[in-house]
Design a protein around this ligand. Structure first.
Ligand code: SF4
Ligand code: SF4
Length: 275
């Protein structure tokens, strides 16, 4: 199966290596020095083989070019590079390295093969440095809309004969950095279940999204704090749709709430979406 980390034999992502990085680190800012570092790391690994050496600072000696032409970048200690043997403990961060997985990669893995192909056309021609950059690679933002909504968007685009590029050119808000996908995807999926993209003007869809979100914020504020007989729980643990819980956490900024209050909010939101 195609993964977001290694979508083709020509391109890989190394955006989460090494696991300790300065805030807002983007490898594209350091492409020149990283190229040299990746060549040197590959040459040293091929010459001397693996050995125990903890990561020092922000760079990892095991991150290097995976091919002789310097197209793909990745972990030289990964099982895929060592006949199935995981050597990442040699940098002292092995378990952290093995656990590392970003939200976009997890959402990508939930897409069917046709969905993966559809969205990957957005990055056709990218090299591994551009592909690994959150600033340059639109997939990091787009995938936060979530696999369920991305499938709705893809299927409606196909009916209209749109490519992924055409969809985003028409509905630019899907890429807007100030519009958090996780705070809006429950509402947008609801709106697109009721109306197809063909029937929505891009501006109208965006405005409706914002109006519903603002109305839900006012509704929640008007309720005041939950009564004592309604205990608050971590919002992400409530037995309600995942996208709704993301709206509560990221759209309303509530890390905890009661099941009753979340249920009332869902009923209110669903009424607004159905209108
Ligand atoms: S940043 Fe995400 S896509 Fe890139 S290598 Fe890490 S988990 Fe994979
Ligand atoms: S050991 Fe491998 S996975 Fe871990 S930081 Fe280094 S290059 Fe990345």
């Amino acid at each position: 199966m195609t993964t977001l980390c290694a979508p083709t034999s020509e391109v890989t992502c190394f955006g989460c290596c090494p696991p300790i990085r300065p805030p807002h680190y983007d490898p594209l800012d350091y492409a020149g020095s990283l190229r040299r570092e990746f060549s040197e790391n590959r040459a040293a690994f091929l010459t001397h083989g693996p050995g125990y050496r903890p990561i020092v600072g922000y760079s990892c000696w095991a991150l290097g070019f995976l091919d002789a032409r310097g197209r793909t970048v990745g972990c030289l200690l990964h099982p895929a590079q060592n006949g199935g043997q995981d050597l990442r403990e040699l940098v002292d961060y092995g378990s952290k390295c093995a656990r590392e997985s970003c939200l976009p990669a997890r959402e990508f893995s939930r897409l069917p093969p046709q969905g993966r192909r559809f969205w990957l056309t957005l990055v056709a021609g990218y090299n591994s440095f551009y592909y690994s950059s959150r600033r340059a690679n639109p997939l990091f933002h787009i995938l936060e809309w979530g696999a369920r909504l991305l499938e709705i968007l893809r299927l409606q685009s196909l009916e209209l004969g749109w490519s992924s590029t055409e969809l985003l050119a028409r509905h630019r808000f899907l890429l807007a950095p100030n519009l958090k996908p996780r705070a809006h995807r429950y509402i947008l999926a609801g709106l697109l279940s009721r109306n197809s993209l063909a029937a929505c003007s891009p501006q109208g869809l965006y405005q409706e999204l914002q109006q519903i979100r603002s109305a839900a914020v006012e509704f929640d504020e008007a309720q005041g704090p939950p009564p004592c007989d309604q205990p608050a729980h971590p919002a992400h643990q409530l037995p309600l749709p995942h996208d709704l819980l993301d709206f509560i956490r990221f759209g309303l900024g509530l890390p905890r709430t009661s099941l009753e209050r979340a249920g009332q909010l869902k009923a209110y939101l669903d009424r607004l979406i159905e209108r």
